[in-house]
Design a protein around this ligand. Sequence first.
Ligand code: EPZ
Length: 422
Amino acid sequence: MDSIVVRGGAELHGRIPIAGAKNACLALMPAGLLTDDMLTLTNAPRLSDISTMAALLRSLGVAVETRDDDQTLDISATSLTSTCAEYEIVRRMRASILVLGPLLARAGHAEVSLPGGCAIGARPVDLHQYAMEQLGAELELRDGYLHARAPGGLTGGVIEFPMVSVGATENALMAATLASGTSVLRNVAREPEIVDLARCLRAMGARIEGEGTDEITVEGVERLGGATHSVVPDRIELGTYLIAPGITGGSVECVGGRRELVAAFADKLEEAGLSIEDTADGLRSSRANGRLRAVDVVTAPFPGFPTDLQAQMMALMCTADGVSVLEERIFENRFMHAPELMRMGARIDVQGGTATVTGVARLKGAPVMATDLRASVSLILAALGAEGETTVARVYHLDRGYERVEEKLRACGAWIERVRAT
Ligand code: EPZ
């Protein structure tokens, strides 16, 4: 397993290109199942999760070709050879559950392995199941697989989500596009990835209104056609690199970033003392001299503070002036980066879903362990400002969601290198 070694202390100055959003692309790719024409996705990120989704689609008989240095994906579900998402693939990536809705809509049945939990939580799929049942499907859990069937096709219905779920919203939205009749989805997720998916589905011929609000209406159509769609920039990668100069000092321009993708988050960074400015090509984050102020954070569905940026914010608060209280309200176990940051000298007290961080002058480099995708990048951020050398082990977590981290940071002056496992 590869490691990443960082020697902290260098200020960051330069430009970082922001890639297409992993979490948008992981929903856009299964949307290709909804048509027998070609769906082309441009600005796709080059990440292991994207390769895993491509492997899953190929296992269903879908042709997935890449070009433009893997940033363009041509997806052709001309004919399916299987409707079964095998455990072997699904266990590696929970987002595999996003083939459920499209397969039901396209083929009238699907067998999808339960994803199983992951480091940050149990990650149940009951809301996905509920949404499909509201569209007329019958689902049964057997041998670790969800067996779903809608022999006469899906029928439009009302889906009242009891809690906001990004993935269940995406499955419901995709399934409803080919259901007969109109569907109303309430208390839906409002993330930019949902808006991006709706735009792509509309380009394919779907009739959708309301994306980005808490209620979406879908009028089912007979069939969808192909389209070419550019993946929205990754707001989590953007937020991660906006934080970096807050830890190291300096100024970084995130090319392709847009403030509306990270509004609440950018407000928090400014409250802490970072300056976040729009530029012609994106967003610039700068830290003038002096320590940042500690600020409090509560994670919430969009447009609130993203749970996927909580770990990175904790890294920033480790050396802020004062006490910061971070409340994680989306996942039940998303503070695994805290003990690793404490190995570097951070002062953090975790009680249930609340972490209290008391800022220290500076962290010290140490060997640390990545545990999940966002925790791993928070350790890299902390290492950039720490005294001495940090080795982050198990960076395969990192490669799931961040393209070429060491290249992007080295280009801005960081001392960082990847050590290939022998
Ligand atoms: C998506 O996961 C993202 N993944 C996650 O990003 C992100 O953290 C999450 O949304 C929240 O924003 C992708 O888009 C591929 P949810 P998802 O359904 O859809 C509970 C990353 O780091 N829930 O909105 O799985 C669930 O347990 C990843 O890129 C149910 O109870 O998240 C959680 O507590 C991590 N039943 C809450 O809802 C369900 O059926 C929000 O989950 C589904 C979810």
